[in-house]
Design a protein around this ligand. Sequence first.
Ligand SMILES: CC(=O)[C@@H](O)[C@H](O)COP(=O)(O)O
Ligand SMILES: NCC(=O)COP(=O)(O)O
Length: 237
Amino acid sequence: MTKLSVNINKIATLRNARGGDRPNVVQTAKDCERFGAQGITVHPRPDERHIRYQDVYDLKPVVTTEFNIEGNPTPDFLKLVKEVRPEQATLVPDAPDAITSNAGWDTIKHKDFLVDVIGELKERGIRTSIFVDPDEAMVEGAAAVGTDRIELYTESYASHYHQNREQALAPYLQAALKAQEFNLGLNAGHDLDLDNLKYLHDMLPNLMEVSIGHALICDALYFGLENTIQLYLRQLK
Ligand SMILES: CC(=O)[C@@H](O)[C@H](O)COP(=O)(O)O
Ligand SMILES: NCC(=O)COP(=O)(O)O
């Protein structure tokens, strides 16, 4: 079964636009779960452009499904994660000024760093996932650093899906098989939407979780949040 974790970053983007508390991030997370979301994902960035660190503390007591905190493991991020203790932390090698996540880890070059960080999180009972490109060497490197799961960075799949979905999928299939070979849990995320999600799900039988935010929140502007979450869940049947 593939779980849908709704990334609510863009709810916070809208909230921050006017400096108030509307839409309320905590209430939206509760509603997403009530509408069927099987997880809530947030990505507090250093500039707090959307999700603020305080949002993460506020969300912890109300999230009843799985709480997934994504981010670059800076000292501030790690302090936050260790205090909040989510079900999962997803480590992403984003530069502070990145407009959005744009690459996975070089798990070979950063092996020693990732081993240390992952060990600190796992000893606190936090499941770890690391963001990787669909590259078999990087997946093998992920196994070597001791992570529980990997999250395949699906931007390339999404951007090539309409041209040739079989070709777009190919590296992800190889990476998924490699993950299975090394007993790594498999997550996926970035730019997934109602067009491309079902094919990815149907072709990757070991896919445990997708985290989806930008497209889902955009779709909700037209279809409503409850209906949209149901539409995304239907792609994962
Ligand atoms: C790791 C990942 O793909 C998501 O966290 C994505 O980066 C969302 O971040 P933004 O909402 O800031 O684009
Ligand atoms: N890990 C991916 C995520 O949380 C959301 O990415 P996107 O759907 O906003 O591109």
